[in-house]
Design a protein around this ligand. Structure first.
Ligand SMILES: Nc1ncnc2c1ncn2[C@@H]1O[C@H](COP(=O)(O)OP(=O)(O)OP(=O)(O)O)[C@@H](O)[C@H]1O
Ligand SMILES: [Mg+2]
Length: 389
């Protein structure tokens, strides 16, 4: 008999601002668990998404041909932001359960993040590359039941077009001005606006944002092309920005002090060896724990090295990299191979035996011939070793 695979969770996708949010039948937001592409397709195609489990026990989402049972009201979310002080306190201090399991962030930092958002602060997540800044910012946005907008400022070549708008020409109406999505976003009361990679943005973007972010001004200055001079930021709008600050990235422009002053800084901590291990074993329950332990150790050692006064490498292996590496191991690569394609290319190869890459290789290699590889022992040795026990 053919087994019918049914999803354990079913979601409906709704559009909020410029994002597509997925709500399950209990009214829990699942946006962060499903790729943007899948959510967008489901919304445009008007179908539901179901969470299925594959043979290896991993979850995946795909189109679900069925109906959502009617008694569930997806619009009612349990995380509406309260206004009364006692309720605000309660909300902040019970907010840890809104943090997705897959995001490693300590309780205090998460609560501080929620508190800053509830209090309408401009938030800036800082930390080195691949430590979870974007993930934390997106998780925060997902946890609050408010219209949300996402802008990646590191990827925009034309800040004026992204933040203000474009002048177009058509043969019928001549030149006309079309406002950016950002203009719409700031006029949406209670919107949460994510400004990702603000530190990589063009300085023009910083100048444009200066008045927008200033608590005393809160307006966007339009330019000649627009009919209006300024646009007021609506009540309750919260900005959440991310920045690689105080880290190895020299390509990141040093951010303007005046702009920084407009933010409440929430520093993302780099994970400890134990936290890294907890994250990896949670994400990859089917991968050998010893190997994941080695990956966590390699990350911790390189991070420690990079912080030394006499550092021989400019940065440690990031969590983004350990997650990628563990994914390769899950797919049957060994630690040596996975390191070769994920870790080594990030380190400078000049200087031969004295290069950064050689240094990192030596660290990794210690974990590759630690006895975990069968070939290192012949059968006799294994037998003797097991007999002794
Ligand atoms: N603290 C963390 N908890 C869980 N996963 C993490 C964490 N940090 C990094 N990751 C993993 O690394 C990936 C990259 O993280 P993210 O994009 O949030 O990094 P970032 O700090 O924004 O980096 P960048 O500075 O390059 O923008 C995530 O998708 C996740 O898999
Ligand atoms: Mg990021």
């Amino acid at each position: 008999m053919k087994k019918i695979n049914l999803p354990d969770i079913v979601c409906k996708v709704e559009k909020s601002g410029n994002r597509f949010n997925a709500w399950d039948t209990d009214g829990t937001k699942r946006t962060s668990e499903i790729t943007t592409g899948a959510r967008k397709k489901a919304y445009n195609g008007g179908y539901l998404l179901g969470r299925f489990t594959n043979k290896a026990g991993k979850f995946y989402w795909k189109k679900f041909e069925g109906e959502m049972s009617s008694q569930q009201d997806t619009s009612a979310s349990s995380v509406e932001v309260p206004l009364d002080h006692a309720e605000v306190l309660d909300f902040i201090h019970n907010s840890y359960n809104l943090k997705p399991r897959g995001l490693m962030m300590n309780e205090l930092k998460w609560k501080y993040l929620i508190r800053s958002a509830v209090r309408g602060k401009n938030i800036m997540m800082t930390g080195p590359a691949g430590c979870g800044k974007t993930m934390a910012a997106k998780s925060l946005v997902n946890s609050l039941d408010r219209p949300d907008f996402y802008f990646n400022l590191g990827a925009t070549q034309d800040p004026r077009a992204t933040l203000i708008g474009n002048t177009h020409f058509s043969s019928e109406s001549g030149t006309y001005f079309s406002e950016s999505v950002f203009v719409k976003a700031i006029q949406t009361p209670n919107a949460v606006i994510l400004l990702d990679e603000l530190s990589r943005a063009h300085p023009d973007a910083w100048n444009i944002l200066m008045t927008v972010l200033d608590y005393g001004q809160r307006y966007l200055r339009m330019d000649e092309a627009s009919e209006q001079d300024t646009i007021k930021v609506a009540d309750g709008v919260t900005f959440v920005a991310t920045a690689n600050i105080g880290n190895e990235y020299t390509s990141t422009r040093v951010m303007d002090k005046a702009l920084m002053d407009r933010f409440t800084i929430v520093e993302m901590d780099v994970l400890s060896e134990n936290e890294e291990f907890d994250l990896l074993t949670y994400m990859f329950p089917n991968v050998d724990n010893d190997v994941l332990g080695s990956v966590s150790k390699i990350a911790a050692i390189t991070r420690g090295e990079a912080n030394n006064d006499t550092a021989r490498i400019p940065f440690g292996v990031s969590t983004r990299t350990t997650v990628e590496l563990a994914g390769l191991i899950f797919d049957g690569f060994n630690l040596m191979e996975a390191s070769e394609v994920t870790i080594y290319p990030q380190y400078d190869n000049t200087g031969g035996v004295d290069s950064e890459r050689t240094f990192v290789k030596q660290i990794v290699q210690k974990f590759c011939d630690d006895g975990s590889s069968d070939e290192l022992f012949n059968e006799e040795e294994i037998e003797t070793a097991t007999e002794d026990k």
